[in-house]
Design a protein around this ligand. Structure first.
Ligand code: P6P
Length: 319
């Protein structure tokens, strides 16, 4: 049995002790968040506060608590220079001699908390000794991962050598359950919020119509980590398109702490992650909370959409 600790020991030569210490602290934070969620209804931690975050969303007590747990984890590791959080307007300076930035969505999908649906923590680690080094493309990520808090708590991560999956056991130890996770290239399931059909572009509309005509199934949890974990488990494609009626509005999901870490995981598992005719990981960020449209999952399915977007770009160029 490989535990997270024995996994980290084996990674130390490749990653270095400082980066391993960051990863250990983030994993421990997800374990604490998992424990907190289990009894949140009993501890009066559900519902919403009067506080609105930088996203314009009502913060939930567990958003704040999860964010604090992760900030404390960053403060406990001398090599962390900055923390970037969905819940905070700007980057937080942690240690002046640090060399890494930990970028995270502390509790994604928290609108599902009161209905006991899987939510998650999404995280990314990059090298950043100064604040102006934080806005770099997803290809620069050293570590990316998420914790899915569902019937089980699973930690899914990549350190650049494939994707490993750990499951929290009854004693609170992460045990490796998958050593090299792969996303099946073929799939017959898509995840999209069909209520927003009027806002889809022609490529997405045509893909979804064809998928339905081909007998594909639909799943939409409303929690990106839950939908992502299903895709890791049985394939599929996740789509959160831009709103065609709001050109330049980007999309709903955030590049730095949602699209980039998920994009690195998906590519490391043999899947694809795109924004129109570009790869998510090649996008140069312009701001900490930049929103982007995202499509990711099984390679054969995502390639269909990427091909259609490329054809649209070529048609536009020929006009
Ligand atoms: P909609 C949760 O708020 C989130 O950011 C993702 O986890 C999820 O996939 C998406 O928004 C759900 O969006 O528009 O269906 O509510």
């Amino acid at each position: 049995m490989t535990t997270f600790e024995t996994f980290l020991d084996a990674q130390t030569d490749a990653l270095g002790g400082d980066l391993v210490a960051v990863l250990r602290a983030v994993a421990e934070a997800t374990r604490k968040i998992s424990d907190t969620l289990k009894t949140s209804s009993l501890d009066g931690l559900t519902g919403a506060t009067e506080i609105t975050n930088v996203q314009g969303e009502a913060q939930k007590p567990l958003d704040i608590l999860s964010n604090d747990i992760l900030l404390d984890a960053c403060r406990a590791v001398p090599s962390v220079a900055f923390a970037v959080s969905e819940e905070l307007d700007a980057e937080v300076a942690i240690h002046v001699d640090g060399r890494y930035a930990v970028i995270f969505d502390p509790l994604d999908g928290s609108s599902n908390l009161d209905v006991n649906v899987t939510v998650g923590t999404i995280f990314s680690v990059i090298e950043a000794k100064s604040a102006d080094e934080i806005l770099k493309s997803g290809r620069h990520q050293l570590i990316a991962g998420y914790a899915a808090y569902g019937p089980q708590t699973t930690l899914v991560l990549t350190t650049g050598r494939g994707v490993q999956i750990f499951t929290l056991d009854a004693a609170g130890t992460y045990v490796m359950t998958t050593a090299d996770a792969k996303i099946t290239p073929e799939a017959k399931e898509f995840a999209i919020n069909a209520a927003r059909r009027a806002s889809w572009d022609d490529v997405v509309s045509a893909y979804i119509e064809d998928a339905i005509d081909s007998g594909h199934n639909m799943r939409w949890v409303g929690s990106m980590v839950a939908d992502t974990h299903r895709i890791f488990n049985r394939g599929g494609v996740f789509l959160y398109p831009a709103d065609r009626n709001k050109p330049g509005a980007g999309g709903r999901l955030r590049l730095l702490y949602e699209a980039n870490p998920i994009g690195l995981l998906v590519e490391a598992a043999g899947g694809e992650a795109i924004i129109g005719n570009e790869k998510i990981l090649d996008i140069a960020p312009t701001s900490l909370h930049q929103r982007v449209p995202v499509i990711f999952g099984s390679k054969a399915e995502v390639d269909k959409l990427a091909t259609a977007y490329r054809a649209r770009v070529l048609e536009a160029a020929a006009e």
